[in-house]
Design a protein around this ligand. Structure first.
Ligand SMILES: *Cc1c(COP(=O)(O)O)cnc(C)c1O
Length: 446
């Protein structure tokens, strides 16, 4: 079967995610036959470097021997079983280990099967918690006006990106929004590195005025992914923790993208020494192998739901694949891979990636900012000085993406923000290839 045949059959039947399918007529999909490390190959041996970790999920490369082995061993014992009244070793081990890695005070683990589902669980748990405590006035949530928390209706309601949510807004619950920190175009003229976050004022005011209506504040700690890899200082999170406490609202840390070492620390909350009431983990938890998510919460939240069955306090939420044993086994092995000093190695690797990207992009007249948090380096393209953005309809980022793909690098930018978020196993040589080809793609576009 040739690549062309596969593409024809794909386009005859498949509706791809987050895509205008008409675009596929000019650019049919790259049909992957196999993966190896940071590379994806098609049946004819063409390859591209997965610079976005396949939508931020892959940590230790495609076709990883250790993860393959864990998956194979588990498949020979148990793939999946019901998770109410039943349990299994991989889930127990995973819950124990994630608690030791999470910020202190997070002790109870609820399982779900994707990021958006974890967001729904946290929102529902927070809401029900306040009801169980007799605080029925709390019915809404507060989040950033450009936050991203997934694509189910509850997750969209606390998200702020019109691109994904606007058309569905008549269906969504009403929530409160405040502007997020915007360090590149800082209205206060501050620098990210030395900032006492005067922009926290909007959040502070909203919590002071509406705090008693709010179940929880949900944010992506330190790095707003889908908003364009926007990086903001830990001081903001620390202030947010205190303000939530004063308002009696929960803090939900959505670490679905930024957790599992992406931020440079295992969880981003560590950098602000903050313990949220709910920590959401997904994406990298299985090294990019299988769908799984965890909602890690406090003993305090857990206890509020605890009682005799007929009191009706239980949290009645489930998914068919809750606690999937294959996913849990791969997740445990993913954690084993961290034991090999990965975070220390990544400190050097992250800096090397930034340096390679700077050497290709810095000084270009259309590069507005190059920023990095841990293993994520982003390049924001601008039309001109002062951070003036390109008109969306120009699809400049998309053009760079097409040209980079022709040169063997998978970028898939967020609007006009190019970013480099490769699996942790990328070699120096591959980093130079990635940054070099992406740089050529920019030159060819602008
Ligand atoms: C990807 C993502 C989600 C949604 O996860 P899915 O598994 O795609 O549903 C939620 N929050 C953040 C921060 C994410 O990056």
């Amino acid at each position: 079967m040739s690549v062309k045949d596969l593409q024809r059959r794909d386009l005859a039947r498949i509706w791809h995610p987050c895509s205008q399918m008409k675009d596929y007529e000019a650019h049919p999909p790259f049909v992957v036959d196999r993966g190896e490390g940071v590379w994806l190959y098609d049946v004819e041996g063409r390859r591209c470097l997965d610079a976005v970790s396949s939508w931020w999920v892959n940590l230790f490369g495609h076709n990883n021997d250790r993860l393959n082995g864990a998956l194979r061993r588990q498949a020979e014992k148990l793939a999946h079983c019901i998770f109410s009244d039943f349990s299994h070793g991989p889930a127990i081990e995973l819950a124990e280990r994630i608690v030791t890695l999470a910020p202190p005070g997070l002790e109870r683990v609820f399982f779900a099967d994707n990021g958006s589902a974890a967001v729904e669980v946290a929102l529902k748990m927070s809401f029900q918690y306040h009801r169980l405590r007799g605080d029925a006035g709390r019915k809404t949530f507060l989040s950033f006006s450009d936050g991203y928390h997934g694509e189910t209706l509850g997750a969209l309601a606390v998200g702020g990106l019109g691109l994904y949510g606007a058309v569905f807004s008549p269906l969504m619950m009403e929530t409160l929004k405040v502007p997020s920190p915007d360090c590149f175009r800082c209205p206060y003229g501050r620098k990210r590195e030395a900032c006492d976050v005067p922009c926290f004022e909007a959040m502070e005011r909203c919590l002071a005025e509406r705090g008693r209506e709010i179940c929880a504040v949900i944010v992506e700690p330190l790095l707003q992914g889908a908003a364009g890899m926007k990086v903001y200082p830990p001081a903001y999170l620390a202030k947010l923790r205190r303000a939530c406490d004063e308002a009696g609202a929960h803090l939900i840390a959505d670490e679905i993208a930024v957790g599992m070492g992406r931020s440079g620390t295992f969880f981003a909350c560590e950098q602000a020494a903050v313990t949220p009431d709910f920590l959401l983990v997904s994406k990298g938890i299985t090294g990019g192998y299988l769908p799984l998510s965890l909602v890690v919460t406090t003993e305090e939240v857990y206890r509020a739901f605890y009682g005799d069955y007929n009191e009706g306090r239980a949290f009645l939420h489930s998914h068919s694949y809750t606690g999937n044993a294959l996913a849990c086994a791969v997740a445990c092995e993913t954690l084993n891979l961290f034991d090999e000093g990965i975070l220390e190695v990544n400190r050097v690797r992250g800096a090397f990636i930034e340096e390679a990207v700077r050497s290709r992009f810095e000084g270009h007249r259309h590069v507005g900012e190059i920023r990095r948090l841990g293993m994520v380096t982003a390049v924001e393209l601008v039309e001109g000085p002062g951070g003036k953005a390109f008109d969306r309809s120009c699809r400049v980022g998309h053009s760079v993406y097409r040209r980079a793909l022709e040169r063997g690098v998978l970028l898939r930018p967020l609007g006009d923000v190019l970013y480099f978020m490769p699996p942790y196993v990328i070699s120096d040589e591959e980093v130079l290839f990635m940054a070099g080809r992406a740089g050529e793609a920019l030159e060819a576009t602008l």
